[in-house]
Design a protein around this ligand. Structure first.
Ligand code: HMG
Ligand code: MG
Length: 307
């Protein structure tokens, strides 16, 4: 049986924008976060406090966090690779700290410049400090379904990192398909395996849509009882350390599927389509969401879109 309700974490402002080459103005980022929270997302991944040399687009993270209106009950998350990032996130009053590791050694080196074991040692004080500050702690595990450098990633390697993140006291753990190579059968296997070592209601699916498999992978995860998914409005994004990877699955496409299944999300699709249009215009790129494009055309012309 599929869940009656799921939580969608909107990651567009962070995962989506981080890969944009042109700097996106701080007030656009602020408006994006505000509009997403108003559209009903319980959780908006808003910024990352990382080295601006590594990800220049996130250099204004503190200003973004200072500028947003806090909607009561909304969780505004920030990625933090180390204690320095954590302290910045604490100052910025982030509600949730996200540590990010990988199931592949090669990706760990490229993304955060250390081995998996070193990353866990680096996350330990961050996790401790987050708990002491009473903040939610989430961990993201990249390359859980494949790695751009190493290729196949064994399921045991994913389970091993989940166990290490669990030992750090994470409230939620993301199983991330960084380069979108996962297919439905493999996704079910991975979700089934990790559910044996971490409560499934606190696991999430974070699927990039490079190969067009993300919606199918979400459906496969729903069949495994997963109730939290990440998505990016207009399908924004990609990872700067995974060349060729496109953005996360478009949130509009996910909400459309979930609405069709009668699964509650609390997100207003009509508002979301307008937000997708706003941010696509702001960055000067067409929306990657098929649902977004179709519904926008319908709204504008009162006609079914033929795209
Ligand atoms: P490093 O070079 O090994 O570390 O980078 P370092 O300690 O030598 O620091 C290098 C410089 O960065 C120094 O500055 C530090 O002060 C500064 P310099 O002395 O050269 O002027 N620095 C910082 N500045 C601001 N905030 C900080 C910070 N820490 C150090 N927190 C480091 C190691 C982890 C810092 C670096 O590799 C980094 O920032 N990596 C971030 C990469 C990243 O953001 N990737 C994208 C997010 S993950 C993702 O998208 C995947 C996900 O979506 C899931 C999926 O799809 O797979 C989550
Ligand atoms: Mg990602």
């Amino acid at each position: 049986m599929l869940p009656a309700k799921v939580k969608i974490v909107e990651v567009g402002p962070r995962d989506g924008l981080q890969n944009e080459k042109e700097f996106v103005a701080t007030d656009i980022k602020i408006e994006l976060v505000n509009r997403l929270a108003n559209a009903g997302f319980q959780n908006v991944e808003s910024v990352s406090f990382v080295s601006p040399k590594w990800v220049p687009q996130m250099a204004d993270a503190a200003a973004v966090m200072a500028g947003i209106e806090r909607r009561p009950g909304t969780i505004y998350s920030a990625l933090t690779p180390n204690l320095r990032g954590f302290e910045a996130a604490l100052d910025a009053k982030a509600d949730e700290i996200v540590i990010f590791g990988a199931a592949s050694e090669a990706f760990s080196q490229k993304n955060i410049n250390c081995s998996i074991a070193e990353s866990i040692a680096r996350f330990e004080p961050v996790a401790k400090a987050a708990k002491e500050a009473g903040l939610r702690l989430r961990a993201s595990i990249s390359c859980a379904l494949g790695c751009p450098y190493q290729g196949d990633v064994p399921i045991d390697a994913v389970v091993d990192v989940v166990q290490r993140m669990k030992a750090l006291g994470c409230d939620e753990i993301d199983i991330a398909d960084t380069i979108g190579v996962g297919t439905a059968g493999r996704t079910r296997e991975v979700m089934a395996a990790v559910s044996k070592v971490f409560p499934r209601e606190r696991l999430s699916g974070h699927f990039h849509d490079t190969y067009g498999q993300a919606v199918a992978n979400i459906y496969a995860s729903l069949q495994e009882g997963i109730e939290i998914f990440h998505a990016s409005v207009a399908g924004l994004g990609g990872c700067p350390y995974a060349k060729g990877a496109t953005g996360n699955v478009a949130t509009e496409d996910v909400i459309f599927m979930l609405n069709g299944l009668g699964i509650e999300t609390g997100v207003d699709l009509d508002q979301l389509v307008d937000i997708g249009d706003f941010i696509s215009r702001a960055i000067g790129k067409p929306s990657a969401s098929r649902v977004g494009r179709a519904l926008l055309a319908k709204k504008r012309d009162g006609l079914a879109a033929c795209v």
